[in-house]
Design a protein around this ligand. Structure first.
Ligand SMILES: C[S@@+](CC[C@H](N)C(=O)[O-])C[C@H]1O[C@@H](n2cnc3c(N)ncnc32)[C@H](O)[C@@H]1O
Length: 364
């Protein structure tokens, strides 16, 4: 029942992908709704686990031909995410990697590159996992792609767009479905569902922000062509039915404002109602939700009630699949069992710093 996702380089949450060419890479970069950041991998190097690692990192970066990606007009900054126990800090790794970039440009190309840590044109990712250095250059930018740029109303327990998409992916949402999010908050799940179904790419509202456009690591001409091609395939008139409800008028009007900004307000039917009082239970095929956990906000008792009511609504509805995020798998499983609902899949994911379960429930 529990599934483990393989983790390349022991770095949970990272995926290694290879592409046939730049066009294919650009298309995935623009359309894939599940990733936050992307780094063009320059190399993976084995490093010592003692402080000699810092010199090894300097040497690896110096010899990586990174100077070919820089010019006097491009500023850069080095960053490090570190996993494992090391006798050095992430800041030290970034400082050694940064010094190696400067020296490589100075010695091999005869210029000193500009360092700008706040908002560099080129970000060198020198990440360390145990005895490995993963060296790459950032393609997305400082802010992850879960910031889609349509959010004008923020819910205090708002879900990341990428996690909402993971729920829809695991649910197997297709154009044939009639989806209901019974606790929609600021509308993340229904908005992402509408985008998925009409084929609106994840990078649509921020296509001019990708960092590679500032440093020319990838072709901006090819990017313009790719984004135009993808945008021309958006099916604005796709016949879709999505219901979104919440008992809070404040969150519901926020969700409507977000859907408007996301250009899909007319694709979603919004209702202000309790999860148990939704009037179209008999017409839906799929449910997806991020119920309250009672951990950061609200009371645990109310949260417990809300999940119970959501499961009863699923049992009463015509939907066959319900995907949801919840911190306590046992609670979901035991309540579902009482109602004759099967736990089909359970994946461990992080919602912010909170470890939760992405659960797929199914009937029969
Ligand atoms: C964790 S939030 C959902 C956040 C949402 N996914 C987003 O991205 O903004 C849970 C939502 O459930 C709603 N809620 C809690 N109990 C409810 C109930 N019994 N009926 C309907 N909505 C409920 C709350 O108002 C809240 O907006």
């Amino acid at each position: 029942m529990e599934e483990k996702i393989p983790t390349p380089f022991s770095f949970s949450g990272r995926v290694l992908a290879t592409f046939k060419g730049e066009r294919e890479l650009l298309k995935v970069l623009y359309t894939n709704p599940l990733y936050h950041k992307a780094s063009l991998l320059l190399g993976i190097f084995t490093i010592p686990t003692n402080r000699n690692a810092l010199d090894a990192i300097y040497e690896a970066v110096f010899n990586s031909k990174i100077e070919g990606l820089l010019s006097p007009s491009i500023s850069f900054g080095a960053r490090c995410v570190r996993k494992g126990f090391h006798p050095f800090t992430s800041q030290e790794v970034a400082a050694y990697a940064g010094a190696a970039v400067i020296d490589a440009c100075r010695i091999k190309r005869g210029f000193r590159p500009k360092v700008y840590l706040d908002d560099p044109d080129l970000i060198v990712n020198a990440d360390v996992v145990q005895d490995r250095l993963l060296l790459g250059v950032e393609l997305v930018g400082q802010e992850g792609l879960h910031h889609r740029r349509w959010r004008i109303y923020s819910h205090p327990a708002g879900l990341k767009s990428t996690l909402a998409n993971a729920l829809l992916f695991v649910a197997g949402l297709s154009l044939k479905d009639i989806l209901w999010d019974p606790m929609c908050g600021s509308g993340t799940i229904p908005i992402e569902a509408a985008h998925r179904l009409i084929g609106l790419p994840a990078g649509f509202f921020r296509k001019n922000e990708f960092l590679f456009l500032r440093n020319s690591i990838l072709s901006s001409t090819l990017w313009d062509q790719t984004t135009k091609e993808v945008d021309s395939l958006i099916n604005w008139d796709a016949p879709i039915t999505i219901y979104a409800s919440d008992h809070s008028p404040k969150h519901l009007s926020g969700a409507i404002a977000n859907a408007q900004k996301a250009l899909v307000v007319e694709k979603i039917n919004f209702f202000k109602c309790d999860v148990s009082e939704f009037p179209h239970k008999e017409s839906i095929t799929l449910m997806a939700a991020n119920p309250p956990y009672g951990v950061r906000l609200g009371s645990p008792h109310k949260a417990e009630n809300a999940i119970k009511k959501a499961l009863i609504s699923f049992a009463e509805s015509s939907a066959t699949v319900f995907t949801l995020l919840y911190p306590e798998l046992e609670r979901v499983e035991s309540e579902a069992k009482k109602l004759g609902i099967r736990l089909d899949k359970a994946l461990n994911v992080y919602n912010g710093n909170l470890r939760v379960w992405l659960v797929r429930l199914a009937k029969n």
